[in-house]
Structure formats: C-alpha cells, structure tokens
Design a protein around this ligand. Structure first.
Ligand code: HEM
Length: 200
C-alpha cells in the first residue's frame, strides 16, 4: 500500500518493482513540488537570500507548504481523503490499509485551518510565512531570513486585522500556533516516508 494522498491510489500492484512504484509516485507529486519552488521565488525578498538558504528553506519547508495547500483534500465532514488522481477514499478504508495517527492528525489540522475562514490572499501570505519559518538548521544568513520572516508576519497580521473584525487577534494567534503543528506533522510524515523507503 501507499497511503499518501500525493499518490494516485493507496493500492499498489504487488508485482510491480519498487523502483517503478516510486517513479510513478514521483511523477504525481513532482508538479506540486515545482509549484512550491515557483511560489517561493515569487515571495518578495526570497530570491535575495543566499542560494544555499533558499534551498535549505525549501528542503525543510516544502512538505509544510504542501500540507497547507492540500489541506482541502481532507474532508472531515464526509470522513474522506481525495488523492491526487481525484479519487476519494474513506478514512475507514485508509485505516484498514494501515494509516494511523498521522492521518488523524492531518485531518484535525485541516479542519481547524478551514475553520479560520482565510481568503486566498491570506492563505498565500500564511503559506509564505510557513516557508520562511521552516527549520533553520544549516541556514547561513539567519539575520536575513529572520528579517524576511518579520516582514511577512507583519503583513499577514495587517491583512488578518483588516479582514476578521472582532476575531482578528484570535485568528492571527491561531495561525501562528499552526507553525509548530506543521513542524510536528512534517516530522511524523518524514518518519513514514523513511520507513516506506526502507520497506516499500
Ligand atoms: C504517507 C510520501 C506529501 C499525506 C506517506 C508515505 C510516503 C509519503 C512514502 C508512506 C506511505 C505508506 O507507508 O503507505 C510523500 C512525499 C510527499 C508527500 C514524497 C512530497 C511531495 C504529502 C502531503 C500530504 C501527505 C503534502 C498531506 C497533504 C500523507 C498521509 C500519509 C502519508 C496522510 C499516511 C499517514 C498514515 O499512515 O497515518 N507519504 N508524501 N503527504 N502522506 Fe505523504
């Protein structure tokens, strides 16, 4: 099984060589990863960071950006997950196939993010904040990354304050609290990915 919505289906042909399974899977998620790279380049100031740091933030943060972008694949009301092929699978089916705590945590994350009712500009600015807030181990120019993060957070705050009336302060706080949640989903997901690479 390959229980990741970036796949076309959770079922894999047991007779297929694992290299082929991995190749087909990567054809599915590669365009999404490219879009994250293009998005990063469009963040004002990102391309002024040292190239080494641009790569570092993308390596550490791409999953988190994709998680935010694809949160709507998790439908908590109907208890389904839509895979990149467009096919939907029930949470119960995915559980039976072996999905666990991570699937549950991602559903919860998606539900809470949707509840904040962000519009597309807010979502895009939040995604930029997620990317520049990625793990900084190995980053060379920490000051520039922090300055960029401060600017983006300030813009996000202004936008949320304009749009959310009385709920502005709580909405903004809840958004910032999503950052450590994303980090933890990223860590859990990396473990799934590693163990899949070891025993496909
Ligand atoms: C699990 C790869 C992005 C959601 C997995 C697994 C792999 C994988 C190899 C383990 C599959 C198994 O053992 O059956 C990738 C790669 C990604 C990516 C290479 C980068 C492009 C994402 C994103 C999401 C996601 C963006 C969410 C929107 C999940 C879920 C599981 C999973 C829900 C199953 C968790 C569980 O077993 O509880 N992924 N994934 N993945 N992935 Fe991904």
């Amino acid at each position: 099984h390959l229980i990741c919505p970036m796949s076309t289906s959770p079922y894999v042909d047991p007779n297929k060589p694992s290299q082929e399974i991995w190749e087909e899977f990567s054809m599915g998620f590669t365009p999404a990863v490219r879009e994250v790279v293009d998005f990063a380049k469009s963040i004002p100031g990102f391309r002024d960071l040292p190239e080494h740091d641009q790569v570092g933030l993308l390596k550490a943060g791409t999953f988190e950006v994709l998680m935010v972008r694809f949160a709507s694949l998790f439908n908590v009301v109907e208890r389904t997950v839509t895979f990149l092929s467009g096919k939907r699978y029930s949470l119960d089916t995915l559980r039976l196939l072996g999905a666990g705590e991570l699937l549950h945590s991602m559903c919860e994350f998606s539900e809470k993010l949707a509840a904040l009712g962000l519009d597309s500009d807010e979502m895009s600015l939040f995604t930029a904040v997620v990317l520049v807030s990625a793990d900084r181990s190995g980053i060379q120019d920490l000051n520039s990354v922090e300055a960029l993060q401060d600017n983006l957070i300030r813009s996000l705050r202004n936008l949320v304050m304009q749009n959310h009336g009385e709920d502005s302060a709580t909405t903004f706080t809840k958004l910032l609290l999503k950052l450590p949640e994303l980090r933890s989903l990223n860590n859990m997901h990396s473990e799934e990915l590693l163990s899949f690479k070891v025993h496909p």
